[in-house]
Write a new protein. Sequence first.
Length: 404
Amino acid sequence: MPEFSLDLNEEQRDLRDWVHGFASEVVRPAGAEWDEREETPWPIIQEAAKIGLYGFEFLVNAWGDSTGLSMCLANEELFWGDAGIAMAIFGTHLAVASIYGSGTPDQMVEWVPQCFGDADDPKVAAFCTTEPQAGSDVSSMRTRARYDEAKDEWVISGQKAFATNGGIANVHVVTASVDPELGSRGQAGFVVPPGTPGLQATKKLKKLGLRASHTADVFLDDVRVPGSCLLGGKEALDERLARAREGRKASGQAAMRTFELSRPAVGAQALGIARAAYEYALEYAKDREQFGRRIIENQAIAFTLADMKMELDAARLLVWRAAWMGRNNRVFEAGEGSMSKLKAGEVAVANAEKAVQILGGAGFVRDHPVERWYRDAKIYTIFEGTSEIQRLVISRAISGMYIR
Ligand SMILES: Cc1cc2nc3c(=O)[nH]c(=O)nc-3n(C[C@H](O)[C@H](O)[C@H](O)COP(=O)(O)OP(=O)(O)OC[C@H]3O[C@@H](n4cnc5c(N)ncnc54)[C@H](O)[C@@H]3O)c2cc1C
């Protein structure tokens, strides 16, 4: 048993500093421009690919860290730079996590590289689960996948909502119901290969925040994919469905597995915004003078900053704990994954709001980045499970009861 330590090792520190360098030199300076343009920042995605921050190899290295912290460090630093651009770069990871979590080794080798493309021609990927009538309630999904045995093809039809990279992705990973009677246990994930006929998307949706990141609704009209595109394969699916029909414990549902794997990383993204807001407000408060003294010399401001820092560090400890537990196959007995995302998301919103307040009027105008961070932070109490849903997960875990 290794000695307990929260010190980062040399590799982790190098990774953190390397991503921080890219975030401060490339991402942060471009944040305002791409927020205004509301376009995918392809040149920055390409730069990230060129330095090896965007691609399969980076993910393999980060996942290789047996403490689970490397992914958190990379996410916190990149999102510290700018959350909209960072999501345009790391949004692909959700689709990749789904292939990694549910796919076979052959499927990983075939599809993950196609999610990223390469530095000369970078691509992005989308993970499509949410539907107009199935948001928090994933079990009410209406998208259907039917098996055409004669052709060994799956035929997928339905509508997906709010998909990050929807329509601009090279690879779409789509969750669909194969047996509606089984609810969420009758769902499976499918890879929709590039250029597959029948998949269409709306224009990019206009959003409050994360405006550099592409979000769109996706329509699937009798989309035919080869049998080999069913994540995990048909045999595993049939076995899983049989267990569910017999009322035995199933090993989990496709969408939920992806969300569980990605929760600490999403929490770490929120930490990036929370820290950016805290640091900016601290510097401003040490500089801005009113009533003949710097505003930080008032306890009201200084204590607010103390709280911002304390909440940030508390959230980070929850994120690191969940990342470590996930990486080391510890069971989330009290919803620790949900705790990490819930706390970090709420701290991001609170810190960004406090930063706006500390900057006063300057916090409300676009000359300073805190108004953008305030808009960006809000998504962290909504996507990947709203704060209410995280509280449901935690309360069910601690009580063993079906809390509604
Ligand atoms: C920018 C952006 C990017 C996204 N990216 C993706 C993506 O890549 N892929 C994807 O599949 N989805 C994505 N989503 C969708 C996102 O995950 C959903 O919006 C989210 O899960 C909430 O679902 P909903 O919007 O339908 O809200 P609803 O489920 O309708 O919830 C509305 C409100 O009711 C509350 N509520 C619902 N049920 C309960 C309950 N039982 N108890 C208490 N409160 C409850 C919710 O917490 C929320 O406050 C994205 C969304 C956005 C905005």
